[in-house]
Every structure is written in structure tokens, then in C-alpha cells.
Write a protein that binds this ligand. Sequence first.
Ligand SMILES: [Zn+2]
Length: 324
Amino acid sequence: MTVELPGLFDLQVNGFAGIDFNAAGLTAERVAQALDRIRATGVTRCLPTLVTSPFERFAGNARVIAAMSTPAIAGIHMEGPYVSAEDGARGAHPRQHVQPASIDDFSRRQDAADGRIVLVTLAPEVAGAMRLVEHLAASGVRVAIGHTAATPQQIADAVAAGATLATHLGNGCAQMLPRHPNVIWELLAADALAASLIVDGHHLPPSTVKAMVRAKGADRTILVTDAVAAAGCAPGRYTMGGVACELGRDGRVSLVGTPYLAGSSLTLDRAIANTVRFTGLPLDAVIPMASTLPAGYIGTTTSGTVIADWDAEAAALHIRRVTA
Ligand SMILES: [Zn+2]
């Protein structure tokens, strides 16, 4: 069956097709090349995501991305460096560059990005985080909670201060958690928070995706890829912001020598198909999670249209044409 979708919108992309947005020496040509390849998966707009790194690296790459005038870049997602230093919660973010939150530090980064940081993922328990959440919310920058070992109270405080999203819910937290209360239940239950999910079959088991989507509601669920340079590539070793990671034959991307996931090789068209398969929701109900909902979340719109074939039996979406 041929279907027409709005252009897909990805709030979290670290790189694609061998190009790492967090690498030293990033150029506009490299970013444009990656965006081109991402576009073939139906994504017409996205937030290139810059993770925890030394200030100079962040600033250099933010300048490159901010100077690009393509409408495919809807802003920058800054994930870290104000995240948990604990193993597990920290995920693939390098510990030596994790730091306390401060309005001054953020302002320097936002200046380097020419004001184009539209989403910040942080951990509420990090020193200075609460004041920064208030500052960001007041200045229109969206605040997401992620890579965190926060207590229920800290999460409630961050929500009260203006946080509105749980970044890749169910990931970026400790490997082992008390059954309840824990950070996942708190983020899931907070009605003021939408949730982004990485539905690649590796980050979350199918039943977890189903339960999370039901708990949050389809209108507050956002699909992201969290794709890294290895996405769209053959299995092998890659780097993400200078950190070695490995793409397995099964599509799983992990930190070399650890059980920790380091982003994904997911594409948003496959995320849609997986979500239909895992939740039992119809395609129509899932498409907004990867298009109009994330766009609306950061206060903008999708761009263009995507023509695709939908194989309902196999729950597979094949992108045929992407316009505008
Ligand atoms: Zn992350």
C-alpha cells in the first residue's frame, strides 16, 4: 500500500553514514553529506546532537552546524555535559568531560551555536541543574531529562522548573534499579514530560516499548534514532566523539569492551515500523511520533512529504520518494 507521510523529524542524531557530528574537524560538507543520506530514510528535518565533549570541541562543531542555512537543520540538541558521572547513567558520555551545570557555561555554548541550541538534555541531580532548567525554560530552550540517576523528588523539581521531555526513556540510567520507585517509573508517570524512545529492538525490549507508549500516550511519545556515525554503514569499529564503538551484525552499537550501548544504527523509517510491530498501534497512529509531534515539541513544523510503501503484513516501511 502506498502511503504519504509528512517529512520525518528526528530530535536526536549524532551522525550518520560514517560522519560523526561530534568529531574534531567537522565540516559543513560532511554534515551536508550526512543530512543527504538521512533524508533518504524520510527525515527532512532533524536536530544534530552534540554530546558531552571539551568546550572547544563543542563550540567548534556548534559553529559549523549553526553556520549552515539548510532548513534540514531545525536547531541543535545539546546532550550533556551536565549529566550523571555514574557508570550506566552516563552511558557513552566521557566521564572526564561531564561537568556541573551553569548558566555561564551554557551561555558560552549557546553563543558559539549562534543561539541555535533548542533542546538540552541534562540530569536534574547535577549541581546547578535546577537554576539552569529555569533559565532555559524562561528563554524558550526545551529541557529534557536524561542520563540521570535522579531521585523522584529531583525529577519532580525539574518538571516544576520547566523540563518537558524524558530523553531516550529507559536508557541512560543505571543497569540495575530498584523495582520501584526508580527513575524510569518517575519519568514515565510525569504527565508534563513527553518521552523520546529508541525503538531499534536493542535499547528497549518490545514489551517495554508497548508498555511505555501506552503509559505515556501516543500523543506524548516521540521516536528518535540517536543514530551515530555507524548508522548506514557496514558492521565494524567506529568512533563517536573520539570514543571507540562497535557496530555488530545485529545492528547493535556498543562501547568497545563494555555492555553499554553507544547510540544506534537505527533509521526513523524502521523506528516507525518497529513501533507498529511492538505496540500493535496502526501506522497512522505512529507516524506523528516521528514527524509532527517532535516538530511541534520544539515549536516548529515538518517539511516536505514522504511517499512510501507500507507492507502491513511484514510491518515494513519502504521509502520511495522524499520531496522538499
Ligand atoms: Zn544519550
